[in-house]
Design a protein around this ligand. Structure first.
Ligand code: KIV
Length: 277
């Protein structure tokens, strides 16, 4: 098989902007999880997760910060490289952190190009609607697929006065709809809907032709996303919309306790775990 044939055969089974659009047309929900390193990227990819997001939530769950605001573009580049190495099928999306696109469209395009060239992402995500539409347009014009993110946008935590459900009341509802429409009109291939009432999630999903990816936005979205630490039970606390699919934190803690106990009591290493002479 020639190199060209091998490369295109590999590409064919990959998740792409086109295959995700087809999933919306066929009303087949797809999945996104966050990932920040090679090991979990490989596990999630092999489990059939369609999109891996290198979220700026790494500020919270990897770095231990109160907000996502301190996360830098260099850090997202680094973590995206690790995730891209672990993936064979899933689409990799790199979050654009606070400060990497707010100055203006040129800055936004420059940051997005770094994420493609240096980190190997397939697409980028940025927060905001009407206010960032021009930046989305310019990144898409540079041939980089963009995922939007409207509703509760964690980078606006100070402006919103906390992490509050968005889209309640007529004015709030109208604002989220306008933002979602602006993101679509600017050329985004999909949009995250975060922290909005389920009915609004349904309405936006019906009005948009691009897939909606919900987090705390109800069951009617075209796809769902969760932060991996929340769904695996690695955090002490997680929001009420999160379903915990495993208790890895408790398992890891138990394993570490047993290890400490066995080393202290000279039970480890035992005969099975030593080199013979
Ligand atoms: O940073 C992140 O993990 C996100 C998801 C919650 C959508 O933006």
């Amino acid at each position: 098989m020639s190199t060209v044939t091998t490369a295109s055969a590999t590409r064919e089974h990959r998740v792409t902007v086109r295959s995700l659009a087809a999933r919306k047309r066929k009303a087949e929900p797809f999945t996104m999880l966050t990932a920040y390193d090679f090991t979990f990227a490989r596990i999630f990819d092999q489990a059939g997760v369609d999109v891996l997001l290198v979220g700026d939530s790494l500020g919270n769950v990897v770095q231990g910060c109160d907000t996502t605001l301190p996360v830098t573009l260099d850090e997202i580049v680094y973590h995206t490289k690790l995730v891209a190495r672990g993936v064979q099928r899933a689409m990799v999306v790199a979050d654009m952190p606070f400060g990497s696109y707010q100055v203006g469209p040129e800055d936004a395009v420059r940051s997005a190009i770094r994420l493609v060239k240096e980190a190997g992402t397939h697409a980028v995500k940025l927060e905001g609607g009407v206010d960032v539409a021009e930046s989305i347009r310019r990144i898409v014009a540079a041939q980089i697929p963009v995922m939007g993110h409207v509703g509760l946008t964690p980078q606006s935590v100070n402006h919103m006065g906390g992490y509050r459900v968005q889209g309640r009341g007529d004015e709030g509802r109208h604002r989220v709809i306008e933002d979602a429409l602006a993101v679509e009109a600017a050329g985004a291939f999909s949009v995250v809907l975060e922290g909005i009432p389920e009915e609004l999630g349904r309405e936006i999903t019906q009005r948009l032709s691009i897939p909606t990816i919900g987090i705390g936005a109800g069951v009617h979205c075209d796809a769902q996303v969760l932060v991996m630490h929340d769904m695996l039970g690695l955090n002490d606390w997680s929001p009420s919309f999160v379903k915990q699919y495993a208790s890895l934190g408790a398992l890891a803690s138990q394993a570490a306790r047993t290890y400490v106990d066995e080393v202290r009591n000279r039970k480890f290493p035992d005969d099975e775990h030593v080199y013979s002479s």
